[in-house]
Design a protein around this ligand. Sequence first.
Ligand code: UD1
Length: 423
Amino acid sequence: MDKFVIHGGKPLSGTVRISGAKNASLALMPATILAPGTFSLLNTPTLRDITTMARLLESMGVKTSHSNHTMTIDSSRIAHYEAPYEHVKKMRASIYVLGPLLGRYGRAKVSMPGGCAWGPRPVNLHLEGMKKLGAEIDLEGGYIVAKAKKLKGARILFDVSSVGATGNVLMAAVLADGASIIENAAIEPEITALAEFLQSMGAEIHGIGTSKLEIDGVESLHARNATTIPDRIEAGTFLVAGAIAGKKKGNVRLEQCSPDHLAAVIAKLGGAGAKVNSGKDFIEIQPPESINSVDASTAIYPGFPTDMQAQWIALMSLANGTCVVTDTIYHDRFMHVPELNRLGADVTVRDNTATVIGGPRLTGAKVMSTDLRASASLILAGLAAEGTTEVLRVYHLDRGYESIEKKLQLLGADIERVKGEEF
Ligand code: UD1
């Protein structure tokens, strides 16, 4: 396992290009199961989760190749309808094959995803949605076994707004007999991107971008190409890098990003004292003279994303006051806190709320990555810390950040990846 060694305190400035969104690609790729043919998905990031999804599709008989950020997928022949444990245990988004397999073939066997590093992550809404569409669902030997002669349109009202359940049920419903309505649908940009892709393939979907999706099932869909939207969480992470370690005179500039998808994060950064300018597809940030403490509470889109909570706590650790950061989506998602405290942060967690007492400095130490966004927060803290920080087990980062160390080096950070087994 590799580690990152960071010599903190180097001021960052310059330009970074934002990659395609992991969570959008992870939905577009399985959607190709819905139609036979060859698809080109442009701007697909080079990430471990993307490779895992490609391997999973290949295990079913789909052909994939990924070069120069274009994922080519040939879904003409699908021989197996199964997502085995070996893939699902690596990545929960593997469950995204359930809806398209059921929609097109009327059968699917998907290993039940377990919990994750920060607690339980149920899939009940995915299963209830499929049942509403007429699928028979059994749990056998750790697998979800789903069958349906032909799915039938239905009204599905989600108790909780879920990105994954919305995407999965949408992919199942587009080939069902008759009309479906998904209420309290997720409106995250990745779901909008998926719905637009399905529409380009011939699906009839109304209300895209709203919490009520109306779908008229069609007989068949056609292979189409798509361009993956920019990764708003990667962009948000680099904005926090600019705020926490930016040069007082000299911006960090993000290109190929979607400022519209980051309104909540940009507003919080403004509150913290950073100067943020944006245009159609770029954002520039200048760090504050002194970081103001700003409370944050995660919420579904367009609220402050749970995937930015850990990075926000890292920034607030260097603020000039005390604030509270609440995670309303994942109540236990605070694995980064004890590690940030090893760097000198003063954060206590009670229930789903972290109280962050800001301070003038962090100091380098060895810290352990526990999950993707926790790892990002440790890197951000390491960039600002005095001395040397070693972030161990960076394979979590490779799941979701493309060449993060190279992008940070371009901004002037002193960070290097050290290859090794024993970290
Ligand atoms: C997606 C993102 C993840 C992000 C999360 C919330 C992908 C691949 N991952 O995850 O990065 O952190 O959205 O923005 O896109 N829930 C249930 N039952 C279910 C499903 C979800 O109770 O069947 C609950 C969850 O426990 C959570 C909430 O719904 O409290 C939202 O989770 P959800 O939107 O489903 O997250 P994911 O799609 O897994």
